[in-house]
Design a protein around this ligand. Sequence first.
Ligand SMILES: [Zn+2]
Length: 224
Amino acid sequence: MPTRFAALKKSPATKSGPVRKAAPGRPAGSKAAEKAEALNDKYENIPFDDSRVVKYRETPGWEVLRQVAAPIAEVTDEIRALVDEMGDIMYTAHGVGLAAPQVGRSIRLITYDAGDGLTALLNPEIVKMKGEQYEPEEGCLSIPGLRGVVKRANEVVVKAMNLDGKTVQFRAREFEARILQHEIDHLNGVLFIDKADPESLHMLTPAQERGEAEPGDAPVAPAE
Ligand SMILES: [Zn+2]
């Protein structure tokens, strides 16, 4: 556990939080929480390894996390290979989103899976935002174990280039909108700790972090 956040440790994490597994026959707190929960289940069968993710203030060259990433001019074989690699890194690190700076590349590329499979976006930008949401708690693969409440827009319209080199524009809500805002922040050198309610920041237990929480522990949303 990174000692730098030790003072923030509060355990158990989200005992009364919204990402708790719903009791049989009862709905979870919100659609976003349900999606996060479904992803937790999905990652249960993938051996955890986050060694290829750049860790904040830890990995040599971590400063890449604080840089504004460069736009991508075109989809090359190198970009396609990087997308494959990022997808692999993201799933083995049990993440739901990953930005290129988190693998040491200061370019505007993100991958994510909000429950509908792997999506890659190049030069993504938010062109519209609406409403607000506060759950589930956010985490970041570059800051292992830390979680906190971040106020995000509930709905965003994102414009980006896809892997075919075409410009796409689409609307995303709730959990997907949260992931997109988190990842696009990464491309601007912004981390969730910059936006989280400081009072809400807390460390997970190592078991919760690996998604191996014992029954009774509060399950948590995957990191991004
Ligand atoms: Zn992150």
